[in-house]
Design a protein around this ligand. Structure first.
Ligand code: NAI
Length: 248
């Protein structure tokens, strides 16, 4: 999956990277459950179900997954993409800023992984669906290299990588693959500040390929990890960052 007939649930699908993933899966003919805390105009398609949900709320997540299952019967793929940043230097970060980022980026990924994973196990037991289920969690180089001014975000994304490896180990025997992708800087609303004149050159100097990613650059690696081409890949974190992590 996605292969033209699969069911994909994408969180944070209203804009940015999540929107690009949802659009690509729809264009490939898949059915897409587009989950976001905000509403968005996705256009009309009988293969699209937009649902409003805060992924940090486990009850809302459980209800959302039930709505998705009532609509599609099963979920073949999950992309845990919803994320936020609340930047502050360590000495000035409030407990609220710390907690909010952990709750959305890490706990939100857990709640959705747990709820969708349960449904994948049930579907497999019941023999529903032709696809091998797979999950992709969106991590970040901030979770592997650290980051200045976003300790909450770096810790949450490192947690996402740990979550990925643990779920991959636990669910391999259920046929569920779980991987992560680690982005550097992708040109979305989230990175508008980084891409201003003040910071742009500092970041670009650290990227061997010399440019920021566009959302289109990061879609295909996510879809690959969901696909049968990645049937023997689990528990991995794939760098999609123009070589940022190999920069000296
Ligand atoms: P964005 O800010 O453009 O979009 C994020 C989407 O997530 C928005 O539609 C927002 O409404 C939704 N969202 C936020 N909190 C939510 C919640 N509690 N429940 C449901 N939906 C929620 O961000 P972007 O750039 O598209 O980021 C997507 C993912 O990629 C995030 O996990 C982010 O941390 C990660 N990432 C982004 C990078 C970048 O350079 N843009 C770099 C590395 C990772």
């Amino acid at each position: 999956m996605p292969s033209g007939r699969a069911v994909l649930l994408v969180t944070g699908a209203a804009r940015g990277i999540g929107r690009a993933i949802a659009d690509a899966a729809l264009a490939a003919g898949d059915r897409v459950v587009a989950v976001d805390r905000d509403t968005a105009d996705f256009g009309q398609s009988d293969r699209l179900l937009p649902l409003v949900c805060n992924v940090a709320d486990p009850q809302a997540v459980a209800a959302t997954v039930q709505q998705a299952l009532a609509w599609a019967g099963r979920i073949d793929g999950l992309v845990n993409n919803a994320g936020i940043g609340r930047p502050a230097m360590i000495d000035r970060m409030t407990a609220a800023e710390w907690n909010e980022v952990l709750e959305v980026n890490l706990s939100g990924s857990f709640h959705m992984l747990q709820a969708v994973g349960r449904s994948m196990m049930e579907a497999r037991r019941a023999g529903i669906g032709d696809f091998s289920p797979a999950i992709v969690n969106i991590a970040s180089d901030a979770g592997r290299r650290g980051t200045v001014g976003q300790i909450n975000y770096g810790a949450a994304k490192a947690g996402v990588i740990g979550l990925t490896m643990s779920a991959a180990r636990e669910w391999a025997r259920h046929g569920i693959r779980v991987n992560a992708v680690s982005f550097g800087v992708v040109a979305t609303d989230m990175t508008a500040a980084i891409r201003t004149d003040r910071f742009r050159d500092t970041y670009l100097q650290q990227i061997p390929m010399g440019r920021f990613a566009e959302p289109a650059d990061v879609v295909a690696p996510v879809l690959f990890l969901l696909s049968q081409g990645a049937a023997y890949i689990t528990g991995q974190t794939l760098s999609v960052n123009g070589g940022y992590d190999i920069h000296a």
